[in-house]
Design a protein around this ligand. Structure first.
Ligand code: MG
Length: 371
């Protein structure tokens, strides 16, 4: 028996999804001699060019706003770390969780949701665009790394998990617990780090946190404990405690439920209405923090300016490429022949980093020779 199968049998909870139960890959491949299928998926994602490009894609704040804040890549790494922590305590399959976490945002276009919205508009007559669905296109068609087939040939469970995120209407299956862990980890992670980044960028102040029921008691407790520390230390302790409290709350609620569930297989979890996450009261407080972030941070005038400029540039670039598809880089010329010019233009832009998008816009729309 492969060592990872043995280890999983000894460690995983009965409702965790074991590697040995994987439905395999689209293109059959021999098993690896020491890595389980989900470890291989994780490595395939990690070594993909789409994953590396996440380092040049914004999470919420763009590069010229400084170098403290998260990029799409560091956000992804934080989600993977927190998801693994939760999975380990719940005795779920950490390898599957890690692969899903590293994969979850891989389809993000440049300039985050601002970029996604404008590409969706440009492709409105062609079925639209979603970064969650584009992750599947990248993994199945656009990443070219292997001689025998296109894509990364990931395990079905990783692709299915992402299809749940993409809201594939044809598949109304409930996600595995491992998929639910990544979902829970994603929002807990970005709430904490977006707050941290927004404080550093002075879009919000520590004082404003007293308006947020979830954060106010943490701030008060930390100030009582530390007296009057340096503002940067205070911010970091508060954010860390917020994150720790949220992860702890997800684990407390979910582990209690799972322990009492009596479930004996991952299929049992699929038949239940339970979701890994916070209890309903805590979920309400989290929503409150998210409303604060939406109003005070994501719609901050400094971000709206960046958002509008990015959208204008993406729209202009799309139109320039669409007018003259010969400008498309090689792989997308073939894509235009098979999937239509508009789709190929949208996908070409979606794969760019923020800087890459600006450079291509300058070259194609402003006559710059930098591209
Ligand atoms: Mg995310």
């Amino acid at each position: 028996m492969e060592p990872y199968v043995e280890r999983e049998r000894a460690w995983l909870a009965p409702y965790a999804f074991p590697s040995a139960a994987s439905r395999g890959r689209k293109y059959d491949e021999p098993a690896h001699r020491y890595r389980g299928p989900f470890q291989r998926d994780r490595d395939r994602i990690l070594h993909s060019s789409a994953f590396r490009r996440l380092s040049g894609k914004m999470q919420v704040f763009t590069g010229e706003m400084g170098d403290y804040h998260r990029t799409r890549l560091t956000h992804t790494m934080e989600v993977a770390s927190i998801a693994r922590t939760i999975a380990r305590v719940l005795r779920l399959n950490e390898d599957l969780v890690e692969a899903l976490a590293l994969f979850h945002d891989i389809g993000h276009p440049p300039f985050g949701h601002a970029g996604e919205d404008v590409i969706r508009e440009c492709l409105a007559d062609e079925g639209g665009f979603s970064h969650n669905a584009f992750a599947i296109t990248l993994a199945e068609e656009l990443e070219l790394r292997y001689a025998g087939y296109p894509g990364l040939n990931l395990s079905q469970e990783v692709l299915d998990g992402q299809r749940v995120r993409a809201g594939d209407k044809g598949r109304r299956v409930r996600p595995l617990l491992e998929v639910q862990v990544v979902e829970a980890a994603d929002s807990v992670t970005y709430n904490a780090h977006d707050l941290d980044d927004a404080l550093v960028l002075e879009l919000v102040s520590l004082d404003q946190l007293r308006e947020i029921p979830l954060v106010a008691p943490i701030l008060e407790r930390v100030q009582q404990k530390l007296g009057n520390p340096d503002g940067s230390v205070l911010r970091q302790v508060v954010v860390r405690e917020l994150l720790d409290a949220q992860v702890g709350a997800v684990i407390a609620y979910s582990s209690r439920y799972l322990e009492e569930s009596g479930w004996t297989s991952p299929t049992d979890a699929l038949a239940s209405s339970f979701f890994v996450g916070l209890n309903p009261a805590e979920e309400g407080e989290k929503k409150n923090l998210e409303r604060f972030l939406f109003q005070q941070v994501y719609r901050h005038p400094r971000l709206l300016v960046v958002r509008e400029q990015a959208q204008r540039e993406i729209r202009e670039l799309f139109e320039a490429l669409h007018r003259d598809p010969a400008l498309l880089p090689d792989p997308f010329l073939a894509r235009a022949a098979s999937h239509g010019t508009r789709r190929a233009c949208g996908e070409c832009i979606a794969m760019l980093t923020d800087d890459g998008c600006r450079r291509m816009h300058a070259a194609r729309c402003m006559g710059s020779t930098n591209e």
